[in-house]
Design a binder for this molecule. Structure first.
Ligand code: PCA
Length: 320
């Protein structure tokens, strides 16, 4: 009968899913570009049935609220700077301890050593981590030369996470939390006169317009993570989940490769625009390393045996 053909029609329609995804950084940032690449791959692999709309530069939800938004399901996906949330769980701040892991190779090993603990902690909040990508090495920027911690005394210093705030404090500076999107404004109004961040974020914020000094400390490589709400994840058709896992397995190494490339290119860009690029003086290096060692000890104190196991795992990897 006539009704039978009508009933058959819906089976040829594809199920559509549309997600919103807040990400903290600008469209020019390779993290955001890599997320957009990932979204495209997923769209292609699912014949357009999985649509993720990226909202960049803190436009939909600001970074400090993104973890909770993904956890509660307010949004199904989001990207975070993991160490922003160090107060929620010390495992989130490990990658931002200065001089614990230096350079790409050690940062990769720290990630491998801490990944299971990170995933387990996020799982407890109903969150699945799909992939994680490092920032280029962290440097100090300032209006005036920083040859030692004495030059930072009382300096209003923009930091990115609780652990870098603690570092600034131990160096005698006055830590001030400022989102990357607001860095130029904070310098222009002298709310800060120094900061810690990578060459990547320095270029995105046109650091040469407000700071003259770039101290190439190579202190750490903090990571971003791409997260999904677990309940939203479980509602997806299995082929879509498979497509997302496959895209994530590519986006992660792709992002780390970009981090290495951007680390070199961004310092060149800062130099070209007139910034003074210097290596840290032996004195500054000694002082920041001492702070890093203290922060590592404090971190082990907070995390106990679980933290100690991660550090031992990391140490055995860098010795290998
Ligand atoms: N850029 C981000 C996090 C670390 C980095 O290099 C920022 O400064 O906010």
């Amino acid at each position: 009968m006539a009704g039978a053909t009508t009933l058959a029609a819906p089976t040829v329609l594809r199920a559509q899913t549309a997600w919103d995804m807040p990400v903290p950084y600008t469209d020019g940032t390779y993290h955001t570009q890599n997320v957009r690449w990932w979204v495209e791959e997923i769209a292609k692999a699912t014949g357009g049935s999985m649509k993720i709309q990226v909202h960049s530069n803190n436009s939909l939800i600001r970074l400090p609220e993104i973890l909770r938004a993904v956890s509660t399901g307010q949004v199904a996906a989001g990207e975070i700077l993991i160490s922003q949330f160090g107060n929620e769980d010390p495992f989130y701040e490990l990658d931002s301890i200065p001089f614990l892991a230096q350079g790409l190779d050690q940062a990769t090993k720290l990630y491998e050593a801490s990944k299971a603990a990170l995933q387990a902690s996020l799982q407890k909040r109903g969150i699945r981590m799909l992939y994680s990508v490092a920032w280029p090495s962290q440097a100090f920027y300032s209006k005036t030369p920083i040859n030692s911690a004495a030059d930072m005394r009382g300096m209003k210093f923009r930091t990115v996470s609780p652990i870098t705030s603690r570092m600034a404090e131990l160096l005698g500076a006055v830590p001030t939390a400022v989102q990357a999107s607001e860095v130029p404004q904070a310098f222009a109004t002298n709310i800060v006169t120094g900061m810690i961040t990578s060459g990547a974020t320095g270029v995105q914020s046109r650091a040469w317009e407000f700071a003259s000094q770039f101290v190439n400390l190579r202190a750490s490589m903090p990571k971003n993570a791409v997260l999904v709400n677990e309940r939203a994840w479980l509602r997806l058709p299995e082929p879509v989940r498979q497509a997302m896992l496959a895209a994530s397995a590519q986006a992660e190494p792709r992002g780390w490769k970009l981090a290495a490339e951007v680390e070199i290119a961004s310092v060149e860009e800062l130099r070209k625009n007139g910034m003074t690029i210097v290596d840290p003086t032996p004195q500054l290096l000694t002082e920041v390393k001492a702070v890093g060692a203290k922060l590592t000890e404090e971190w082990i104190g907070k995390t106990g045996d679980a933290g100690k196991a991660v550090i031992e795992n990391f140490n055995s990897r860098i010795r290998a």
